[in-house]
Ligand binder design. Structure first.
Ligand code: UDP
Length: 142
């Protein structure tokens, strides 16, 4: 077990249904700390760059349209095994396969509008954190 940082996004559909607090509560209840956060409305350029790995896939345009359809809340979560823990709390990418009680089971509206994003490896976590927090993340907690 290692202390990790991971990038989490509350996607536009979950922000629209006023679920920011409910979702952040789940991270905190699981022992993850929110060590950086910002709310923003992604441009097409930002969303396309963030999801560049999916460029050319059939769902790419729909994904970019969705991610730019309203504000998102972006945060860095820190804790033991934060990357896997966050993905467990989110549930499967396809909400139809997400376990009951997970964020995606409770707040997704479709495969694309699946409520939350979480980094999938230490490498992507570092890249994604730098994407949204280029100034770095530096907090001390008691
Ligand atoms: N997505 C989609 N259709 C697909 C696969 C993915 O709309 O067939 C969307 C969905 O919003 C997903 C995002 O693209 O969260 C990124 O996909 P990825 O496979 O990286 O899943 P994640 O890491 O978000 O679970």
């Amino acid at each position: 077990m290692a202390v990790e940082q991971t990038l989490s996004i509350i996607k536009p559909n979950a922000v629209a249904k006023n679920a920011i607090g409910a979702i952040l509560s789940r991270f905190e209840a699981a022992g993850l700390r929110i060590i950086a956060a910002r709310m923003l409305h992604l441009s097409k350029e930002q969303a396309s760059a963030f999801y560049a790995i999916h460029q050319g896939k059939p769902f790419f345009d729909e994904l970019v349209d969705f991610m730019t359809s309203g504000p998102v809340m972006v945060q860095v979560l820190e804790g033991q095994d934060a990357i896997a823990k966050n993905r467990d709390i989110m549930g499967a990418t396809n909400p139809a396969q997400a376990a009951p009680g997970t964020i995606r089971a409770d707040f997704a509206d479709s495969f694309t509008e699946n409520a939350a994003h979480g980094s999938d490896s230490p490498e992507t976590a570092a890249t994604e954190i730098a994407f949204f927090f280029p100034e770095g993340v530096c907090v001390r907690t008691r």
